[in-house]
Design a protein. Structure first.
Length: 85
């Protein structure tokens, strides 16, 4: 199952931090989110031995803003701006 980083961010939105992660897909998502400065995390180096977990320390203010932006975007009906004349 492929996990999309923003879906992962949504999944951890209300988690208690620090949050330990060990699944490879979660670590990859966390790495992408950390690179985008949406979370702060302690993660294993790329290519390090399998089984090395990571810790998400927090969702940054920029990460919270991104979650809010996505929520607002979803609230806009798909047919806004289209005319049915």
């Amino acid at each position: 199952m492929k996990v999309v980083p923003l879906n992962f961010l949504r999944r951890i939105e209300h988690a208690s931090f620090p949050l330990a992660i060990s699944e490879e897909a979660d670590i990859q998502c966390a790495a992408v989110l950390a690179a985008a400065e949406l979370i702060e995390a302690g993660l294993p180096d790329p290519g390090s031995s399998m089984g090395a977990g990571g810790v998400i320390l927090r969702i940054t203010p920029m990460g919270r803003a991104e979650l809010k932006r996505v929520d607002e975007h979803r609230a806009i009906p798909a047919d806004v701006g289209s005319s049915s004349a």
